[in-house]
Design a protein around this ligand. Structure first.
Ligand code: SF4
Ligand code: SF4
Length: 309
């Protein structure tokens, strides 16, 4: 990655773990450490949010330019990329996380116990900036994290089904984002670099039932853009048979503020209304919700919610 771009990302709070990979402290780690507030994934799946490491092995490399993306986007044509080695990324990312939380020691709002736990991450969200399936050693990366006793959440935009299909080591939880009910909205909202990517997303959804891991379809719902069309979404989700569907409202933060307005943030009531309609079509249950995060979780049974460690 060019030095100029590295400088911009460092200003945004990223710590590099090589030339093309990096870590950033999640807002919710900070919230948990100093205010005791956790992200909805702690409430839904029982993760320890203050022990979560948020990283990307393919920083700022993506085949979409979603208008709602809150990350820095500069996905223009790149020269050849030399990706970092999985083991190096894992070791450096854990080290970087330790350094990122070091400043909380001594803050009277953060207990020593929690600070120590935060220095020993047991959860990784492979979902920072960029599309992780662009990284050629994804299975090995997941394996390296799991070798260290960490749960792995992988979030993909679903545009690279051949990578999902060929993973020889699956994450603890596999997310596919479904941010559009049809190709027309997909092209306008997700700004793909090829319109064929819509068919690839459909193919990824069809692959989910064959994966021997927990699967989640996640909607990022943007008011005025992709809310409604519940029947079209339901037809796509039916094929994916996911363990869970997360209906999540867009949040007006980060770089998305240059492309969206605060009016694009749906209320929790809107998310709930959407979730209820989708639920009826899919025959699922509302398993949980968190109003402050504007998210409703759909699924078949609460039994599967807690992650096995
Ligand atoms: S699961 Fe996601 S929101 Fe929660 S702490 Fe990890 S990166 Fe942040
Ligand atoms: S697919 Fe993800 S990383 Fe890529 S532009 Fe969209 S939200 Fe951002």
């Amino acid at each position: 990655m060019k030095e100029k771009k590295k400088k911009i990302l460092k200003k945004h709070g990223y710590a590099f773990t090589g030339d093309e990979s990096g870590v950033k402290l999640c807002h919710w780690v900070r919230e948990k450490l100093i205010r005791g507030r956790s992200c909805y994934k702690e409430d839904f799946y029982g993760i320890d949010c203050h022990r979560c490491l948020q990283m990307s092995p393919a920083l700022d490399i993506c085949n979409q330019s979603c208008l709602f993306c809150w990350r820095y986007q500069d996905y223009g044509k790149r020269e050849e990329v030399t990706f970092d080695e999985p083991k190096k990324i894992v070791l450096k990312s854990i080290q970087a996380q330790k350094e990122l939380v070091s400043g909380f020691r001594g803050d009277e709002r953060c207990s020593e116990k929690m600070w120590k736990e935060a220095r020993d991450p047991n959860q990784v969200a492979i979902s920072l900036s960029g599309e992780p399936t662009m990284y050629p050693h994804l299975s090995d990366l997941i394996k390296e994290y799991e070798k260290r006793g960490m749960n792995t959440f992988l979030v993909t935009n679903g545009t690279r089904p051949h990578i999902i299909e060929n993973l020889d080591h699956l994450p603890s939880q596999m997310y596919v984002t479904l941010a559009a009910p049809n190709k027309k909205i997909f092209k306008k909202l997700c700004v793909p670099n090829s319109e064929d990517l819509w068919n690839d997303i459909k193919r990824s959804l069809e692959l989910l039932p064959s994966l021997d891991t927990r699967t989640v379809v996640r909607h990022t719902l943007v008011d005025g853009w992709n809310i409604g069309w519940e029947d079209e979404y339901a037809r796509l989700i039916e094929k994916a048979e996911p363990d869970f569907v997360e209906t999540k409202g867009y949040v007006f933060v980060g770089d998305s503020r240059t492309r969206m307005s605060i009016k694009n943030m749906p209320s929790h009531e809107t998310i709930r209304g959407f979730a209820k309609k989708e639920n009826e079509l899919l025959g699922l249950k509302i398993l949980a919700e968190k109003e402050e995060s504007r998210v409703v979780l759909l699924g078949r049974s609460k039994d599967k919610m807690e992650l096995a460690r």
